[in-house]
Design a protein around this ligand. Structure first.
Ligand code: AHR
Length: 657
């Protein structure tokens, strides 16, 4: 049934002014009914080294395999010799190695004048160079017989040189050398070149090149994209990356702190070499920069349970693992006078990071997990009662293991249960009320990973809107769901192995997917209290799915004194809606309307057969991105047209509710 209204108010840019209009919906917002409260940590992010998202991504070392410790020790390097008595190779003689963690080094021997060696590295699909930008080259070197000089240069693969310099006076003990190179060329396919021409032996290790503009060794363009999301928390460093294929390559935070030369290289769960370039300390600095709560995921003494050869630490040997969690909390949060707090202080951060959460396990299930979780729970609760523990509900969001996990969590005083949901857009559109029935007094929920996976494995507008619809349900139930983070945030498209992800990039460029913009809008336009509301004419059953015509959530941001209305129209035709603000309202008349949609034509009326495939690309990175319009003369009755396939947000200024 459509509703006919006589409109007394006329509006604003982007909002259709209609007299005697036929409206599809009326959304009634009750300004006097505030609550529940919305968790300040509701929308966060999840960072995992998958898709070379961190190694060759967030970690901004432009050199691949700096320490010659990859499975193939010369991976990433090209080695050339000129002369008959000259050699260059990776060696690991104990008497020469810099340390036990990075025993490999590059050994160069030149026995006659006029002979020389050239090595080069083009990073992860080319070193990106920008004219006028500077790059910090550092390396460890020592010589055997003579004082050597190293020629260093940046250039293109076809021989164009963009910067040159020399490192001189290399001595007989290992020492770190550092110089800055400023590029006179722009190229997305550059390389680092080093040449050696002095007679004698020279040994090299940890050859790194960082853009001088970085954030604690992190790629600035990626950090800025993350910052714009304004996340309430960061879940890191995995994912299955934490579990490890075996316990040998499970993430070990103690290996990840201190100088890079003291950090080992391991095989990433996702099948490539990773060097702990971004370790616990850098992640904590990132969280601080983002003003986000760190949520570290610690291995519970079990490797990835998807493997038939899962390794489980015997209960009697678990002390070391539990102690590692206690030490981690001490490192992150104890005063600088404590053992691990002093290590943090020595790295440059005497102030604690204010750690409030720790997750024990990722997608773990079953009795073995419960027993180990309980050991962490007892020890952490006793020593750090303010730290809340997050418990895994497994890899599935339904089924026997999932139900058992919840039963166990309820009976064992678990603070927060982590659910992971990867499903079709249809599932998300049909399950927006999933959390309505959860118990307010039970453990809280973290949806630690979720994403709509469309048929074409892309980050489409279709998927993004299905996620947006689901997020309206998360926000409405934020007294139960206290945290939610999307699937892995990064996808280096040259090494992609898992889609969907929020931020796609290559060595030189980056863009946000439609899902990125949904996250950005929900996170930045989120009140701190739900305003109760209802909508007319909203049921929509199709293909046995209980869809809604529109998905919405209304809230109040008491800091900015804004009413925030978010409405998702995931269908192929425009819907008209009158928004009535009922109750004690004192509006300023100003506001903003934000729309996320695509301008591709709607070609069909079958749900999701229109412009569902709209995506962003390097060529058109903001094809699907929000538009922002100021609005004036806003009154308590607002008519708007919700475009086909859109997320619309109205931010309505008040003088205070
Ligand atoms: O995000 C990719 C993987 O999906 C994560 O490592 C794991 O937790 C989930 O199964």
């Amino acid at each position: 049934m459509r509703i006919i209204f006589i409109l007394t108010v006329v509006f604003v840019i982007g909002i259709t002014a209609t007299i005697f209009a036929e409206l599809d919906h009326v959304l009634t917002v009750n300004l006097d009914k505030m609550g529940p409260q919305i968790s300040p940590t509701l929308f966060g992010i999840f960072i995992e080294d998958i898709n070379h998202g961190v190694t060759g991504g967030l970690y901004s070392d432009l050199v691949k395999n700096s320490a010659f410790e990859y499975s193939n020790p010369i991976d990433g390097w090209s080695l050339s010799t000129y002369g008959s008595n000259v050699s260059v190779q990776v060696a690991s003689k104990t008497s020469i190695s810099i340390n036990k963690i990075n025993p490999n080094y590059l050994s160069i021997e030149i026995s006659q004048n006029g002979e020389w060696v050239e090595i080069s590295n083009s990073g992860y699909n080319g070193i990106p160079l920008e004219i006028g930008e500077s790059y910090i080259l550092s390396l460890y070197a020592r010589t055997q017989k003579s004082t050597s000089a190293i020629y260093v240069g940046l250039g293109t693969l076809n021989g164009k040189i963009g910067a040159e310099n020399k490192i001189k006076n290399i001595g007989p003990v290992w020492k770190k050398y550092q110089i800055t190179l400023t590029s006179s060329i722009t190229s997305d396919n550059g390389q680092l070149i080093l040449k050696f021409g002095s007679v004698g032996s020279i040994y090299l290790n940890m050859i790194s090149l960082f853009p001088s503009k970085n954030f604690h060794d992190m790629r600035l363009d990626l950090v800025n994209m993350v910052k714009a999301l304004n996340p309430g928390f960061v879940r890191f460093p995995g994912g299955c990356f934490v579990n490890g294929n075996t316990l040998d390559n499970a993430f070990n935070w103690k290996d990840s702190i201190g100088p890079h030369i003291d950090r080992p290289t391991t095989m990433d769960f996702w099948g490539y070499d990773q060097s702990y370039g971004i370790g616990l300390y850098e992640y904590l600095l990132l969280c601080e920069h983002l003003n986000a709560q760190p949520v570290f995921v610690i291995n519970p003494g079990m490797s990835w349970q998807g493997s038939k050869d899962v390794q489980i630490v015997p209960l009697q040997d678990m002390r070391k693992w539990v102690q590692s969690a206690l030490d981690l909390i001490e490192f992150a949060d104890a005063p600088a006078t404590s053992t691990w707090g002093s290590v943090r202080a020595s790295l440059g951060h005497p102030k604690p990071f204010n750690l409030k959460y720790i997750e024990v396990g990722n997608e773990n299930v079953g009795q073995d997990y419960y027993e180990r979780f309980e050991m962490f729970q007892k020890a952490i609760n006793a020593k750090y009662p303010k730290v809340k523990l997050i418990f895994s509900a497994g890899a599935n969001y339904t089924g026997h293991d999932f139900d058992e996990a919840w039963k166990w969590a309820k009976n064992h005083g678990v603070d927060i249960v982590d659910e992971h949901i990867y499903a079709s857009p249809d599932w998300f559109l049909s399950n927006t009320e999933r959390y309505n029935s959860y118990d307010t007094n039970g453990p809280k929920v973290m949806v630690g990973e979720y994403a709509a996976q469309p048929w074409n494995s892309q980050n489409t507008l279709e998927a993004a809107l299905a996620e947006a619809a689901f997020m309206t349900g998360l926000e409405k139930n934020s007294n139960k769901v206290v945290m939610a983070s999307y699937a892995p945030i990064f996808n280096n498209v040259d090494y992609s192995q898992w889609v969907p992800d929020l931020i796609w990039f290559n060595n030189a460029q980056v863009y946000g997917t439609p899902s990125y913009y949904v996250q950005l809008l929900f996170s930045n336009y989120r009140g701190n209290f739900i305003l109760q509301s209802s909508i007319s004419n909203n049921d929509y059953t199709s293909d046995d799915n209980n869809y809604k015509r529109l998905y919405y959530v209304t809230s109040y941001d008491s800091k900015n004194k804004d009413i925030i209305v978010k409405i998702v129209n995931p269908w192929p035709s425009n819907e008209t809606c009158q928004i009535n603000l009922n109750g004690n309202a004192s509006l300023t008349g100003n506001g903003q309307i934000i729309t996320l949609t695509s301008d591709e034509p709607v070609t069909s009326n079958i749900p999701f057969r229109g412009r569902m495939n709209s995506i962003n690309t390097f060529e058109n990175p903001t094809h699907v991105s929000p538009t922002y319009e100021s609005i004036t003369n806003v009154s308590t009755s607002i008519n708007c047209t919700l475009k086909a396939y859109s997320l619309t947000i109205l931010e309505i200024e008040t003088n205070g509710l």
